[in-house]
Write a protein that binds this ligand. Structure first.
Ligand code: SAM
Length: 292
């Protein structure tokens, strides 16, 4: 077996052979440490009967690690220049296929019907391009794809927001959205030194175990997320102050708000960052009863 892609010397050799320069605008920071990638693969809980969707294979470093442990890997790469590179580096792995496409535009539902008919579970993963981390994560979670886990390398600060608990500085609408769709866990902190070129920030591996059903039930999911976003509009303001503005814009009338706080048993002087997901759900149901 040839030397793994995720080493400094092999990465340099691949770049030289194909006369490639990094595209910063596409978040190209390649991993040069195989141990980190193996930890990511382990965290995904992939088995040899499973399929993998990978975001942004780059030179193929993570694709290679998954190809050795999964039944099939389908990877989406936006940068056309990398297609011949991947054909070369992944030649030993017949269970990989590369789609030249922006992952945000991919028809992933169709992928399940076409390519993952013969796999037990599917996991999604990637060392995500930093400029588009959150939209990619939310796309996977909101589409309710039948994936077992989503395991991603992302900037540390976003990882902290995703996994934050109520009452902490990092807690916000992103933490609540992640919690609604998945059990979120930080697996490993990753220093900038394992990337080529080195990014300006440290990273973290985060795993989402996708839930079969949300932990709270609401009649109208969109209303829940609208309330959450509005409640965090200005973090230093109280819930009442943030939600008065929102309800005025939505209905032209704020009279339903005090009753909704009452029914939900939530003190209107609290700040959004102190509310749990269950409390946001209760407030949403109370607002819905008031016809908001
Ligand atoms: N997986 C490789 C590794 O770990 O070394 C490369 C990771 S690099 C951080 C991110 C990769 O995502 C790059 O190859 C980049 O071209 C690709 N990319 C950026 N935006 C993308 C998008 N919207 N859809 C698919 N791939 C994208």
């Amino acid at each position: 077996m040839s030397q793994a892609i995720a080493t400094p010397s092999r990465t340099r050799a691949i770049l030289e052979k194909h006369n490639l320069a990094y595209k910063k605008s596409l978040g190209q920071n390649f991993i040069i440490d195989g141990n980190i990638l193996r930890r990511l693969v382990e965290a995904s809980e992939v088995t040899t009967a499973d399929g993998v969707i990978e975001v942004g294979p780059g030179l193929g470093a993570l694709t290679e690690q998954f190809a050795r442990r999964a039944k099939k890997v389908v990877a989406y790469e936006i940068d056309q220049r990398l297609l011949p590179v991947l054909e070369d580096t992944l030649a030993p792995y017949e269970n990989t296929s590369i789609h030249h496409q922006d992952i945000l535009e991919a028809d992933l539902q169709a992928l399940f019907a076409d390519e993952f008919k013969d796999t037990t579970h599917v996991v999604a993963a990637g060392n995500l391009p930093y400029y588009v981390t959150t939209p990619i994560i939310m796309m996977f979670l909101e589409q309710r794809l039948p994936i077992k886990t989503l395991t991603v390398m992302i900037q540390k600060e976003v990882g902290e927001r995703l996994a934050a608990a109520p009452g902490t500085k990092a807690y916000g609408s992103l933490s609540l959205a992640a919690q609604y769709y998945a059990e979120t866990e930080t697996i490993l902190k990753v220093p900038a030194t394992v990337f080529m070129p080195r990014p300006n920030v440290d990273s973290t591996i985060v795993r989402f175990r996708v839930r079969e059903a949300p932990p709270v039930q609401v009649g109208d999911e969109r209303l829940l997320f609208s309330v959450i976003r509005a409640a965090f509009a200005q973090r230093r303001k109280t819930l009442a102050n943030n939600l008065i503005r929102w309800i005025e814009e939505k209905t032209g009338d704020q009279s339903a708000l005090p009753a909704a706080f009452d029914v939900a048993g939530i003190e209107s002087r609290r700040r959004a960052e102190t509310l749990t997901l269950a409390e946001f759900a209760a407030l949403t149901e109370a607002l819905a009863t008031e016809q908001v």
